[in-house]
Write a protein that binds this ligand. Structure first.
Ligand code: LIP
Length: 268
């Protein structure tokens, strides 16, 4: 592993662990909840505290890097080829309700490619990570996607946009179509966890119609390095500069799941 990438990974893991400690300290305490774009799009004071500590730790070593993070509209550009893409708590609704399914997601983009990804699940002390070209790991064990090839033997995850009640294209018809053709569908509430659980073979796939770059940047690299396949719903490469759709799988079921979703979407 190159020294530079090694250092990026070390700092990202340190930041994720520190944010995870804060999240567990507050986990069983009452949260201060604010709303963002809609009443169902929320943020807690712990999201903000976590993002502050993550950015502070990264800036100590890389003050000239760019930052794109979910909270406080952080989009800090320093004319660097490196951009840290951060979701301090992916699974905020779960966290606000003390449901232990949330994580820290930290991705590092070099030019337009994700080169380092770290996803830490504090409630389970599960650290997923990857460096481009070096494989994917779960608590230091190398991971790979499952070998399941049949939809009827597949468990897949999905999610819904915070403002789903305002969207015509809200993933409900797709959810019904997939549910009737797979072993199970799970709505875990965190895209980053959905991607990592696909990477280690707990899930065979995940899809979502409208997701933010910070939700998926780290998890996409981890799944790619675990031999997974990731496209948009239209079969295109994921771009990290904007909201996107995503289909992420163990590769074996990718075309079957893509076709099922296309059919549910009227043959798109
Ligand atoms: C969440 C995503 C999840 C999506 C939720 C929410 P957040 O991110 O990880 O996949 O279904 O609506 O957007 O808001 O918890 O960081």
């Amino acid at each position: 592993m190159s020294g530079e990438l090694d250092k990026f990974l070390e700092v990202a893991k340190k930041a994720a662990l520190e944010a995870g400690k804060i999240q567990m300290d507050y986990f069983d305490k009452e949260k201060q909840i604010s709303t963002k774009s809609t009443e169902t799009d929320i943020v807690t004071q712990v999201d903000l505290l976590s993002q502050d500590i993550i950015v502070k730790i990264i800036k100590q070593d890389f003050p000239d890097h760019n930052f794109l993070a979910e909270e406080k509209d952080l989009d800090e550009k320093h004319n660097s080829k490196y951009t840290w893409i951060i979701d301090p708590i992916d699974g905020t609704v779960n966290y606000a309700h003390s449901i232990p399914m949330f994580c820290v997601s930290i991705g590092l983009k070099k030019d337009d490619k994700i080169v380092v990804g770290v996803v830490y699940v504090p409630s389970l002390d599960e650290m997923f990570w990857a460096v481009k070209g070096q494989g994917a790991f779960f608590n230091n064990t190398k991971i790979n996607v499952s070998n399941i090839k049949k939809l009827t033997q597949s468990v897949v995850a999905t999610g819904f946009a915070a403002n789903k009640h305002l969207q015509q294209d809200n993933n409900t018809k797709e959810f019904c179509a997939v549910t009737n053709n797979v072993q199970g569908v799970r709505r875990l509430g965190s895209a980053a966890i959905d991607l990592c659980y696909t990477a280690c073979g707990r899930l065979e796939g995940y899809w979502e119609l409208l997701i933010k770059p910070w939700d998926i940047a780290a998890g996409v690299l981890i799944l790619e390095e675990a031999s997974g396949k990731i496209t948009t719903v239209q079969g295109e490469e994921i771009q990290f500069q904007k909201d996107t759709s995503i289909i992420a799988t163990n590769n074996h079921i990718h075309s079957k799941l893509s076709n099922l979703l296309a059919k549910a979407r009227g043959g798109e």
